[in-house]
Design a binder for this molecule. Structure first.
Ligand code: CTP
Length: 388
């Protein structure tokens, strides 16, 4: 069943980002109801939120419509999550002290679950001991603070207080509702493509973006696991909440994995590891005049094959193939002593490397599952379902 989000909007210039938050939450299928304070209505008309959210927007405790239902109690009991964005210093102070002088703060007083506050204000207002005390006390009461980012504020000051970006707020909401079925599990994930140096400025690499590995890391973290990522070269940022160890070459990746694999229950090897490294690598930049015209290669270690897997561990590998897909993947499953292998057809440009989407086949020792084209985040969930 779709979850109900009650969004409280207070006054602040960052309100424009919250219009985007509503649009994104709507697309994800959440039911939304919105309360705006008088100050919020000075920045954006309720009509904007009503149109984007296709939902009720309430602004007043006392209005001309019917009062047969006690609105603030009704809204508070309807909500699965009360999200306040932007959360001003004033509204947080009032909620912390139990003041209920408008519809939003009255709902907050009547709401008996955790409130999620998305902090947004000027740096000095944020650093004021009164605000810091309110934030601390709200957290102690169990509420969730989505802290602000640092950057250029509307008041032309550079500092803390910028409302998080819409996608970051939506991610916090998704994390809040995510089932925590991987709590207590330790997962090691590899991501990206290894880089094999030719000289200090040149290398052999591959097209892996790291998106698949990072999607797995992000979802595993959201589902409660303790996650470490070993990242080779990627074109996207490592998700928050996970330990990130950066490496360059296959040799470095092998070292980092074998140093810590014992502590993990699961290894998900999504990295594209180069099979060869440069045997005649140079320490100084190669000049045209050096007549360096032959690259000599030598084989890299096969990391998965080199690991000693204990009986309680589960290892999942990936197989990037362009032909004889199933046959090649099954061979890797057995040769690399894997529990599952996720088969990727890398001959198609709309999926796989660099794309946000993928279409994979998960092959186990006895079973095989086809997953139709889906976002890498959804595929990550399906891979993680194997180990929950
Ligand atoms: N892998 C590894 N060490 C390597 C190469 C690959 O551990 N030196 C891992 C990859 O991270 C992946 C799995 O093995 O999980 C399969 O990788 P893939 O590149 O498809 O297979 P290769 O073993 O390299 O075989 P080939 O390139 O010949 O298909």
């Amino acid at each position: 069943m779709n979850k109900n989000i009650l969004l409280g909007v207070t006054g602040g210039v960052a309100i424009y980002k919250v219009v985007d938050v509503v649009s994104r939450l709507k697309k994800l299928g959440y039911n939304i109801k919105i309360i705006m304070t008088d100050s919020a209505c000075e920045f954006v008309s309720p009509m904007t939120f009503e149109t984007i959210g296709k939902c009720d927007v309430k602004t007043k405790m006392f209005h001309e419509g019917s009062h047969k239902i006690v609105e603030h109690i009704d809204l508070a009991s309807w909500a699965d999550l009360f999200l306040i964005a932007p959360a001003s210093a004033n509204t947080m102070a009032k909620i912390n002290h139990g003041i209920a002088d408008n519809l939003l703060t009255s709902c907050a007083l009547a709401y008996d679950k955790k409130i999620m506050f998305c902090v947004s204000m000027n740096t000095n207002m944020l650093n004021n001991p009164a605000t810091q005390k309110n934030i601390r006390e709200l957290e102690e009461k169990g509420h969730i603070m989505v802290s602000s980012n640092s950057g250029l504020l509307a008041c032309n000051v550079v500092g803390d207080g910028r409302l998080k970006e819409p996608w970051e707020i939506v991610e916090e909401v998704e994390k809040y509702f995510c089932k925590k079925d991987l709590t207590g599990k330790k997962i090691l994930v590899t991501a990206g493509g290894t880089v094999e140096r030719i000289d200090p400025v040149r290398y052999i690499g591959n097209d892996s973006s790291g998106k698949m590995g990072y999607s797995i890391a992000k979802k595993a973290y959201m589902r409660g696991a303790e996650v470490t990522v070993i990242s080779a070269k990627t074109s996207v940022e490592c998700p928050d909440g996970v330990e990130n160890i950066k490496v360059e070459s296959a040799d470095e990746m092998q070292k980092e994995i074998s140093n810590r694999i014992e502590k993990f229950d699961y290894l998900i090897m999504a990295a594209a590891v180069s099979d060869f490294k440069v045997a005649n690598k140079r320490d100084k930049k190669i000049k045209k005049s050096d007549n360096f015209n032959t690259l000599e290669l030598k084989e890299n270690p096969d990391i998965l094959k080199s690991l000693h897997k204990n009986e309680n561990q589960i290892f999942i590998g990936f197989a990037a193939e362009t032909n004889n897909l199933i046959e090649n993947a099954k061979k890797k499953l057995s040769e690399k002593n894997l529990d599952y292998i996720v088969l990727n057809d890398v001959s198609k440009s709309d999926i796989g490397f660099n794309s946000d989407y993928n279409k994979v086949t998960i092959i186990g020792k006895e079973d095989i599952f086809e997953i139709e084209k889906e976002s890498k985040l959804n595929i990550a969930d399906k891979i993680l379902d194997l180990i929950k």
